[in-house]
Design a protein around this ligand. Structure first.
Ligand code: SAM
Length: 318
């Protein structure tokens, strides 16, 4: 269930009450506006009560003790397809998500210290990474993602996981009330290339950090050396909303211009169909259909295939 009161209480411990209440009101309105909300809410209301709790094993987030009627639970969880980020085991039901998000986390996690930090996860999907951040010592995680289905998936995961310092708002970064700021670490993973104005996105990430805080940026890059930026004319890897693909040098330049210091690239990896693929829980097109049929170094549009860089950078103290 979407429990606005308990969300306001939690966010009021983290920020001022007016900011908390404005954020949760906007979140609830975003969910209620969606045509599927009544169907989702009905499915959430039928989820079985199980012993709550969560743990991560071999990259799988296990939430909740196994439910007695797992066939019925599986049907209820199908109401929230497509499941993109995971993998998950909810109430004993395994959900093979489109992404093995644990692969990404294994590339990112060794390079950051999250002990006792206040984290903002921007474009969080269903919040899978937030659990990994908590498991790695974060004190609390605020996630935001404007896709209502993903906020509902987070509510489903929370049903099984139980109380946790991990909230997800169905809002865009730019729509979070200004009071929701001062984070020690801000993550933007897989979001920058969806933004029409990458410089603006970096400026908006910067605004949420405390001085001396850390940005973790993960995004698509070109294999090219030097300063190169490609703006796909139509689709990129089948996606309509990819606006700019920079080379690593260009991306480092963007970070510097945005006022970040000590920027460094900690990983570059080519995405493989082991990491991103269609499954019964995400039955639509995935990476397999996005690659060129003859030359798998390219996308179907003839551009370099997806490769992702992870960078860390600091917001310098004034
Ligand atoms: C490719 S997914 C990445 C999800 C996850 N962070 C990951 O790395 O796997 C991009 C997500 O960003 C969200 N998004 C798009 N624009 C956003 C914005 N302005 N503010 C916050 N999230 C946004 C989308 O809804 C989508 O879930």
């Amino acid at each position: 269930m979407v429990d606005a009161r308990s969300m306001i209480d939690t966010l009021s411990r983290w920020f001022d009450r007016a900011g908390a209440s404005a954020a949760v009101t906007a979140h609830a309105e975003a969910l209620h506006r969606h045509g599927d909300f009544p169907r989702w809410q009905q499915a959430v209301s039928k989820l079985p009560a199980v012993e709550p709790g969560w743990t991560v094993r071999d990259g799988w987030l296990h939430a909740g003790a196994p439910a007695a009627e797992r066939d019925m639970l599986r049907d209820l969880l199908e109401a929230f397809i497509p499941w993109r980020k995971g993998p998950l085991v909810l109430g004993g039901v395994p959900i093979e998500t489109e992404w093995r998000s644990d692969f990404k986390w294994n590339r990112v996690a060794p390079h950051i210290d999250l002990k006792d930090t206040r984290v903002l996860d921007v474009g969080a999907g269903n919040g899978y990474f937030g659990w990994r951040m908590l498991a790695q010592g974060a004190a609390r995680v605020l996630a935001c993602d404007p896709t209502p289905l993903f906020a509902m998936q987070h509510a489903v995961i929370r049903h099984f996981a139980g109380a946790a310092e991990h909230e997800l708002l169905a809002l865009r970064l730019e729509d979070l009330p200004p009071a929701l700021s001062g984070f020690d670490v801000v993550f933007s993973m897989g979001v920058l290339y969806h933004r029409r104005d990458p410089a603006l996105h970096l400026a908006q990430l910067r605004e949420r950090l405390r001085p001396g805080g850390c940005l973790v940026l993960e995004t698509l890059v070109l294999p090219d050396e030097g300063q190169v930026v490609v703006q796909p004319e139509d689709r990129y890897a089948g996606m309509r909303n990819v606006h700019a693909l920079p080379s690593l040098s260009s991306l480092l330049g963007w970070l510097e211009t945005a006022g970040f210091g000590a920027a460094r690239c900690v990983d570059v990896s080519v995405t493989t169909p082991d990491e991103q693929r269609s499954t019964r829980w995400m039955p639509f097109h995935s990476l397999g259909e996005a690659l060129h049929p003859v030359d798998d170094r390219l996308t179907v549009e003839g551009l370099p295939r997806p490769r992702r860089a992870t960078l860390t950078a600091m917001l310098q103290r004034p």
